[in-house]
Design a protein around this ligand. Structure first.
Ligand code: PLP
Length: 382
């Protein structure tokens, strides 16, 4: 008799985790590899944020947190959303602090999805959305994207084509991982009109909002009554390991998400939340400095692959167009086994990503320098 619950059978490891297993096996055999795979900033968390956590620990901020999130942090999130995203939320009822964006997305899906409901998902997209959708009992309705002039687009016609009467939610990620598109105001308006017309809820994952290039600006959807905004400290403040994020949305949905969270983590540690407050209310120069560094890393990638790069408008991934070299997973494997460089095949993010490779420049310095050279040589050899 299998001991596993049925619902586990629909869960899949993310591409990063699956490839990490291959990488570890090769490393155990003594291979040296350079990874341009993960979406993990190589910066240290800014000192004033670390100090806030240490201070909080010394002050005994080690008890259970408020399960919705500490009110000081919820207020800091509300001020941030007002100041930067032109959105007004009540910190008492419309904001929820979560363990990273991951748990925010999980709570949102579980609060919204009934058995058989469909979630519209752009393709290609961050591949950790699928499993929580299935675990919540939902099905996935793929929204095909269009690659034109080096940019992935999401057309209203494609949204309509993916819609079925079972559709309940659209997940949008802007800046869009893995393809780097930052939706313009006009594109967002068209998406919001679709969401409104089709009576959907929009889960807006804005985790890369502060990492944009060449004048592209992140814009949050303004359809407040139908939107759950999901964000986190992971990328903006190089806090991936702190597991801290937040959601904002209509009071009734946030209440239901709170009920979901109350069955699992009951919120990030109190002193971690104090660090989050320091991040949002403290100086933002660290964010600007990191963005400047990502900008020069992005330029490095473009310089190495001027003919095949799709220059990202935001985020810290660049897609390489390798359609004339064959199947993306085959190319990835050759690069891994023969050239010792780790990237992710675009097809891991959906069929729309086939023919591309995702290259991360979340790590810079020697890693990026060596990795790009290996990648260049490896691709030339194919
Ligand atoms: C689009 C997107 N959403 C969510 C996450 C997860 O974020 P967190 O670390 O806050 O859980 C990631 C991490 O790579 C991501 O790329």
């Amino acid at each position: 008799m299998s001991t596993g619950a049925h619902r586990i059978s629909c869960l899949k490891p993310t591409a990063v985790n699956a490839i990490l297993a291959e990488v570890r096996e090769l490393q155990a055999q003594g291979r040296t590899l350079v990874s341009l795979m993960r979406g993990e900033p190589d910066f240290s968390t800014p000192p004033h944020i670390v100090e806030a956590a240490v201070r909080a620990l010394h002050q005994g901020r080690t008890r259970y947190p408020d399960n919705r999130g500490e009110i000081t942090l919820r207020e800091a999130v509300a001020s941030k959303l007002h100041r930067e995203n032109n959105l007004t939320y009540d910190p008492a009822t419309e904001i929820l602090i979560t363990d990273g964006a991951t748990l925010g997305i999980h709570a949102a899906l579980n609060a919204l999805i009934n058995e058989g409901n469909a979630v519209l998902l752009p393709d290609p997209v961050y591949d950790a959305y699928q499993s929580p959708i299935r675990m919540a009992g939902g099905t996935i309705s793929t929204v095909c994207s269009r690659l034109e002039n080096g940019r992935f687009h999401l057309d209203p016609a494609a949204l309509e084509a993916a819609w079925t009467p079972q559709a309940k939610v659209l997940i949008l990620n802007t800046p869009w991982n893995p393809v780097g598109t930052v939706f313009t105001a006009a594109e967002l308006k068209a998406i919001e009109d679709f969401v409104d017309r089709r009576n959907l809820i929009l889960i807006s994952d804005e985790i890369y909002e502060r990492i944009t290039y060449e004048g592209h600006q992140h814009i949050s959807p303004q359809l407040k009554a139908r939107t759950i905004l999901v964000n986190s400290f992971s990328k903006t403040y190089a806090m991936t390991g702190w597991r801290l994020g937040y959601c904002a949305g209509p009071k009734d949905i946030i209440q239901n998400m709170f009920m979901v969270l109350a069955q699992s983590s009951r919120g990030p540690a109190t002193f971690i939340q104090d660090a989050g407050t320091a991040a949002l209310t403290g100086p933002q120069t660290c964010v600007d400095e990191m963005r400047t560094e990502y900008t020069s890393r992005r330029a490095q990638v473009i310089e190495h692959f001027p003919k095949i790069v799709l220059p990202p408008e935001g985020g810290f991934f660049a897609m390489l167009d390798v359609r004339n070299l064959g199947q993306s997973n085959e190319i990835r494997k050759k690069l891994l086994y023969e050239s010792g460089v780790v990237v992710i095949h675009g097809q891991a993010y959906g069929e729309g990503g086939e023919g591309t490779l995702r290259v991360s420049f979340a790590s810079g310095g020697e890693t990026l320098h060596t990795g790009l050279n290996l990648l260049q040589k490896g691709l030339a050899a194919l």
